[in-house]
Design a protein around this ligand. Structure first.
Ligand SMILES: CC(C)(COP(=O)(O)OP(=O)(O)OC[C@H]1O[C@@H](n2cnc3c(N)ncnc32)[C@H](O)[C@@H]1OP(=O)(O)O)[C@@H](O)C(=O)NCCC(=O)NCCS
Length: 226
């Protein structure tokens, strides 16, 4: 990876591979997963969501392991939530904290981003996810409210914003209507008092939008899709 590289993986997940019995039941390498990654056994009612969740974490271990030349199952993550201390916050790679990681999932599409540029966030969203009355009022800045709910434009604005808030580690604790989506390649301070972020759009399957954001004062990111 070059100094300005952000590596991204977008995948459409396969058919459900897990059921209520959990990953071991499907012969998946559950021993290589930590407790958080096995959560679909308890956290999802729809097995397709559980399968996508598991696929995403397996993808993350596999690709990060390849980058670090370490066995995927040896990787250790800290996900301490700054609000409550539980292990459900942004992942931090204990084996190499300067390699920043972000994950996202929407329906059957999963997204992974990895970079040494700085803390980053990736977000993927199905357009149907923004197709509800009141979306603009809860998600868009007044300058963005021309975008119809469910449109690709509204969904692109949303993923740029959520990726930015993930890069800042605040997530949706910050009201997304307080700022407009950053223009790709232009560093922007979206939250007063926090660092600037630079966003880039990421190619996504039809009906989806994806974006990645990195804490950075410079716009020259080199986004590499895999
Ligand atoms: C981060 C957040 C925007 C993700 O929402 P989402 O659209 O439902 O989910 P995505 O699939 O895009 O991303 C989920 C991933 O974001 C990451 N994540 C979680 N919290 C994060 C944060 N504060 N900043 C950046 N990334 C975060 C995790 O890797 C998570 O993956 P997991 O499901 O394996 O835990 C949302 O969870 C949030 O705003 N969290 C912070 C506020 C909060 O709820 N705090 C908990 C108080 S106890």
């Amino acid at each position: 990876m070059s100094d300005r590289t952000v590596d991204v993986w977008i995948r459409v997940t396969s058919q459900p591979q897990v059921d209520a019995a959990g990953p071991e039941h499907a012969g998946l390498p559950a021993d290589g997963l930590d407790e958080h990654e096995r959560r679909p056994r308890r956290g999802f009612t729809d097995p397709r969501d559980a399968a996508a969740y598991l696929d995403l974490h397996l993808l993350a271990r596999s690709e990060i392991g390849r980058v670090l030349r370490q066995p995927p199952e040896s990787l250790r993550f800290d996900r301490t939530c700054p609000d409550c201390g539980r292990q459900h916050g942004a992942p931090r790679l204990l084996d190499d904290p300067d390699l920043h990681v972000s994950l996202s999932r929407s329906r059957r599409v999963v997204a992974l981003a990895v970079s040494r540029v700085g803390p980053l966030g990736i977000d993927v969203e199905h357009c149907a996810g923004t197709a509800f009355d009141g979306f603009a009022a809860v998600a868009l800045h007044p300058d963005e409210r021309r975008h119809a709910p469910g449109s690709l434009a509204a969904t692109i604005a949303w993923v740029r914003k959520e990726a930015s808030l993930k890069a800042l580690r605040v997530g949706l604790r910050v009201d997304a209507t307080t700022f407009a989506a950053p223009v790709p390649g232009v560093a922007a301070r979206v939250v007063v008092g926090l660092p600037s972020v630079t966003v880039a759009d990421v190619a996504a399957p039809p009906g989806y939008a994806a974006a990645v954001a990195v804490r950075s004062t410079s716009g020259d990111l080199d986004v590499v899709g895999h």
